[in-house]
Design a protein around this ligand. Structure first.
Ligand SMILES: [Zn+2]
Length: 334
């Protein structure tokens, strides 16, 4: 068997090393930094990468998001790479492939002299075409344990959210809390399902929503900058999850978007507060399905972003007989 140790590795800080020159989603001193998507846990160390790497590779939409999030990447370092386009940088040939997760999100393939490695980034199934013909696949396994297996899909969660909106928006404002990326997905998904309520959000959220709206080709509709005076029955306020504490006592129905709610699709936590179990990651069974279709020679599970990596690894190696390991190597539970 060939030694693939040199073409893919996950570092403690979540850096995904691919090929000879490339690192994705956290800092490592390499020529090329790839950003698979604009979620907080995938843009770690980007300021340092901007200083120490020569090129920052991401889809055009992700680069737009990064700018809105305040990253100042010099133009000569920005590589806007569309899906399915190859780019050669020194010893690596890099390709980004679409993933269903947030606007602009990508999987990465890097071909180098020692083999072909790929990284899923975050993904949902169905809707993400698995990477194929890889020697090594670095796999995200955020919900990689059967105990997190949801019995519903993200569109069921969306339907539950629409029920809440329709039930209460005649009498109260609706407050929706989530992270950057997820908020915009919901803003767009609601519009594409006919929700016409007025949206309020902060400037960053709106700018990102406009980019997502173009990406998905769904009009963003009536949206204004958040101002308490504009909050009325039927308005939907989109807030970053960090701000929930500040607003949770304000009049209205409050909705937390969280993939970690396993008890049901929409669980009433308090009189005016719901958890809606909307996840932007594949379930355990979907992760396995991905690997079955991908058929890489080896799988490395990202243990830096999941505490279930060991569970998925055991399943892949014992049940499916695939050469699998978890990295970083000291990941708990292995
Ligand atoms: Zn993500």
């Amino acid at each position: 068997m060939r030694d693939y140790d040199h073409i893919a590795k996950v570092e403690k800080n979540g850096a995904i090393l691919l090929g000879d020159e490339t690192v994705a989603d956290s800092f490592y001193k390499r020529l090329v930094r790839v950003v698979t998507h604009a979620h907080e846990d995938h843009i770690r160390g980007l300021k340092r990468s901007t200083k120490e790497s020569m090129f920052i590779v991401a889809t055009p939409v992700t680069h737009e998001f990064l700018k809105i999030l305040g990253f100042m990447i010099p133009e000569q370092k920005i590589v806007r790479l569309d899906y399915n386009r190859e780019i050669d940088i020194e010893k690596d040939k890099i390709t980004l492939k679409a993933s269903r997760h947030i606007a602009g999100s990508a999987q990465v393939i890097v071909e180098s002299i020692n083999g072909v490695s790929g990284y899923t980034g975050d993904f949902k199934m169905p809707g993400t075409e698995p990477l194929r013909d890889l020697d090594v696949l670095v796999l995200d396994a955020t919900y990689g344990n059967l105990k997190y297996q949801r019995g519903w899909a993200d569109w069921d969660a969306l339907a539950a959210l629409i029920n809440i909106i329709e039930k209460y928006s005649g009498e109260k404002p609706i407050w929706i809390y989530g992270y950057n990326g997820k908020l915009q997905e919901i803003m767009i998904e609601l519009r594409s399902r006919g929700i016409k309520n007025k949206y309020l959000a902060d400037e960053k959220t709106i700018k990102m929503a406009k980019i997502a709206s173009e990406f998905y080709n769904v009009p963003i509709g009536d949206v204004s900058l958040f101002n308490k005076k504009l909050v009325d029955a039927g308005t939907i306020v989109f807030m970053h999850a960090f701000k929930k504490r500040d607003f949770i006592k304000v009049e209205g129905i409050h909705v937390n978007l969280t993939g970690w709610e396993m008890r049901g699709i929409a669980v009433r936590i308090k009189d005016n507060l719901f958890n809606v179990s909307f996840s932007d990651h594949a379930t355990f069974k979907e992760i396995i399905e991905y690997v079955k279709e991908s058929r890489p020679k080896r799988v490395i599970i990202d243990g830096s972003r999941s505490n279930s990596a060991w569970y998925t690894a055991k399943y892949l190696s014992r049940v499916m007989n695939i050469d699998t390991k978890v990295e970083p190597e000291n990941t708990l539970g292995w």
